[in-house]
Design a protein around this ligand. Structure first.
Ligand SMILES: C[S@@+](CC[C@H](N)C(=O)[O-])C[C@H]1O[C@@H](n2cnc3c(N)ncnc32)[C@H](O)[C@@H]1O
Length: 259
């Protein structure tokens, strides 16, 4: 089931029963105050951010299963406020990671270090399937694998090279979509590889995954590829066109509800 809606996320979440969603991934409004081509972002004012997010994060908490996980993506403008809201609603004991998704790019900023990472707050349940990436000498530390243990060292190093390094909480191997490319047909569209990593790590086939700030419905396409069910929405009517380009309508005819 791929259920795509054009709606305010508060309205969609109100329709979802308690304790039903296995995984929530949302690339939320970052509080830049910018008018993007595709949508207007919130201003980076604490009252505005709290007014928007507190009711929505309460709803996310209600619909998420007790053993479910939630990932919220933003950047450093508002992550400290969102983290306090998440702690209040989900509980500090449910905080698992603050992942840094790092990239590089042109910048004329000489006043500060150019800001080149997003923050992904991960709360909820432990990883279901820790992901691995190719081990790269000079980037990754071998850690325990490096210690000599009764002559078994060589075998353990080979194992690391064969099966890869468990992904840590800093991601430098996934590139953002080039703003000038054809693929970037929606402002702030995220690469599929980023969402694939999260969905593989924190859900099983057949699980229900939700994205309540879906934009061009990248998460829905990844769910289709990985055989997860999807429910999600965006408030911007142009997003349905983007979902169509991804071929999600032919896939979802029966399930797509356009309000
Ligand atoms: C950062 S973008 C998401 C981009 C998306 N990850 C992608 O790959 O295309 C945030 C989205 O949230 C949507 N949005 C803002 N307020 C919303 C609301 N109240 N309900 C639903 N969607 C909302 C915006 O229209 C925008 O498309």
């Amino acid at each position: 089931m791929i259920d795509i809606r054009l709606s305010d996320n508060l309205e969609l979440m109100a329709e979802i029963e308690d304790n039903t969603v296995d995984l929530i991934y949302c690339d939320i409004l970052y509080g830049t105050g910018r008018k993007f081509k595709d949508y207007q972002d919130l201003k980076p004012k604490r009252e505005i951010i709290e007014e928007h997010y507190i009711p929505r994060i309460k709803e996310m908490h209600r619909v998420l299963k007790d053993n479910g996980s939630i990932y919220l993506q933003m950047d450093t403008r508002i992550n400290h406020w969102i983290r306090c809201i998440m702690d209040d609603i989900f509980g500090y004991d449910k905080f698992l990671n603050e992942i840094s998704w790092c990239y590089t790019g042109a910048s004329n900023n000489k006043k500060t270090y150019p800001k080149k990472h997003d923050v992904i707050l991960f709360y909820g349940y432990k990883l279901i399937e820790p992901q691995r990436i190719p081990y790269k000498s000079g980037i990754h530390n071998k850690g325990n694998y490096f210690k000599k243990k009764g002559g078994k060292n060589e075998c353990r190093v080979n194992e690391l090279e064969d099966i890869g390094k468990i992904v840590e909480d800093w991601w430098i191997d996934i590139y953002p979509i080039n703003p000038a490319s054809k693929e970037r047909n929606y402002d702030t569209k995220k690469p599929k590889a980023l969402i694939e990593r999260i969905i593989k790590a924190s859900s099983n086939e057949g699980d229900l995954v939700a994205d309540f700030y879906a934009g061009s419905f990248t998460t829905a396409e990844v769910c289709k590829d990985l055989k997860r069910n999807f429910i999600g929405c965006d408030i911007n009517p142009n997003c349905l066109e983007k979902a169509k380009v991804r071929g999600l309508f032919s896939f979802t005819d029966e399930h797509t509800k356009v309000d």
